[in-house]
Design a protein around this ligand. Structure first.
Ligand code: SF4
Length: 109
């Protein structure tokens, strides 16, 4: 569903039927975090969802105030793979279990 900032996010829910105006982030709600619409503007989740559709990837989110932007709240994510049972440091790419990563480039002399 499309967030208030106009980006598609699988975790956003909006109910506008018959005058209702219910909006929530189900990823943050599952983590007991308070969602506000401004968080979607800088949230990394829609880009991760576009780049990696692996069904074994589970995202966890929290709202934090990073050091370089102390006045702004930002969504920070971490990822876990249920298949390989390990943390995924680069959720855009995945853990490499289902979709092997290409071998590193070698420069021949
Ligand atoms: S905060 Fe992030 S995960 Fe939540 S609805 Fe907005 S874009 Fe999606």
């Amino acid at each position: 569903m499309r967030t208030p900032t106009g980006i598609d996010c699988p975790y956003f829910y909006g109910d506008y039927f018959r005058g209702r105006s219910v909006e929530e982030c189900r990823l943050l709600k599952a983590a007991n975090q308070t969602w506000t619409a401004d968080l979607c503007k800088t949230c990394p989740v829609p880009a991760v969802a576009r780049a990696n559709a692996c069904e074994n990837l589970q995202l966890r989110a929290k709202v934090a105030r990073p050091f370089h932007a102390a006045f702004m709240r930002r969504v920070q994510i971490s990822a876990y793979c249920h298949k390989s049972r390990r943390d995924v440091p680069e959720p855009h790419i995945g853990c490499g279990e289902c979709h092997p990563l290409p071998p590193p480039f070698e420069v021949k002399k």
